[in-house]
Design a protein around this ligand. Structure first.
Ligand code: MN
Ligand code: MN
Length: 317
């Protein structure tokens, strides 16, 4: 049996105890570990509302409600996977380049050990540092990017490193295999037609929210799978992909998004992809009074972990 699993809810109620993701052990051990959840509480890259530094804590809090069995994928996660909550990486609030260095170095022991990192932001600027760390081991990777925004702008206020620019920088640094990458859920008002064109020029496929609403989840899933193939893949999930009616606690909301049902169904469509890491970013608990947004985030992470478990189950048959 896998070594590390959540504390049993049948011996201690889920609302009790110190908060870790899904009540996993808070350790930094890498032996016999398949995935490590890690908080990156950095929000200096935000261009509008700030507060995503409190995201990891809020996701941990609501994640204690998550149970181990995925009914839809017919897999009990911890029959197949051993997981830990690594805690938070050190960052330096207000200083993005210093924090990038800390994030890249902080993730290295996890990645070097062959453990799948599942990061909780933080704003979306952190993903650039995560990609640097992941690519150091795996080489350029396919990116599946859920977001209402492209995050491929060149600069904000003359600054190159913000939560609106990480994927342009990542392309410039050669971190992304854009030929196998896709951005999904793009919507809202834009600065101009050059916004979407900018992503296409970098080599991304862009599936806008309108298109996704029109073609539906199953067809969109096929488009993602066809695009990515069997490339090593990093999933980056900005919670503002979800409609603000279901996930209001985020800093730059856009109308016309996706329900919780659609979101989880679409994540499940990716159950055959070859994932090497994931992050979930942009949860702002201070404007999330009912905890809907952080619980949505926890569910998306749960879906991703269930996919890893299913893949392990299928290969060990
Ligand atoms: Mn984003
Ligand atoms: Mn966004």
């Amino acid at each position: 049996m896998p070594r590390y699993a959540p504390q049993s809810a049948s011996t201690s109620p889920r609302f009790s105890g110190i908060r870790t993701f899904m009540r996993l052990p808070n350790i930094k051990e890498m032996e016999d570990v398949d995935f490590a959840v890690v908080g990156i509480p950095f929000d200096t890259g935000a261009s509008y509302k700030t507060g995503a530094r409190f995201g990891p804590g809020a996701i941990r809090e609501t994640s204690t409600l998550m149970r181990n069995f995925s009914m839809n994928l017919n897999v009990n996660i911890f029959d197949h996977l051993s997981g830990i909550d690594y805690g938070d990486l050190d960052i330096t609030p207000g200083y993005i380049l210093e924090s990038y260095k800390q994030i890249e170095e902080g993730l290295q022991p996890i990645i070097d050990a062959g453990v799948v990192p599942i990061a909780m932001g933080g704003d979306h600027s952190i993903t650039l540092a995560e990609l640097r760390a992941v690519v150091k081991k795996h080489g350029p990777i396919a990116l599946v990017h859920f977001d209402s925004h492209l995050d491929t702008w060149d600069q904000y206020w003359g600054q190159k490193y913000t939560h609106g620019t990480p994927f342009r920088r990542a392309c410039e640094e050669g971190l992304i295999d854009t030929e196998h990458s896709i951005q999904i859920g793009i919507r809202g008002s834009q600065y101009g037609p050059e916004d979407v064109q900018g992503s296409i020029d970098l080599g991304f496929d862009v599936l806008t929210a309108n298109e996704l609403h029109e073609i539906g989840v199953a067809e969109a899933g096929k488009r993602i799978r066809d695009r990515v193939g069997n490339a090593r893949t990093f999933l980056t999930f900005d919670i503002d992909f979800v409609d603000p009616s279901a996930a209001p606690g985020t800093g730059t909301i856009e109308i016309g998004g996706f329900t919780g049902y659609e979101t989880l169904s679409l994540v499940r469509e990716m159950k055959t992809l070859n994932f090497v890491g994931m992050d979930l970013v942009e949860v702002l608990p201070t404007i999330d009074p009912a905890g809907l947004t952080s619980y949505m985030a926890a569910n998306i992470m749960h879906e991703f972990i269930s996919i890893l478990a299913l893949q392990k189950k299928n290969t060990s048959k």
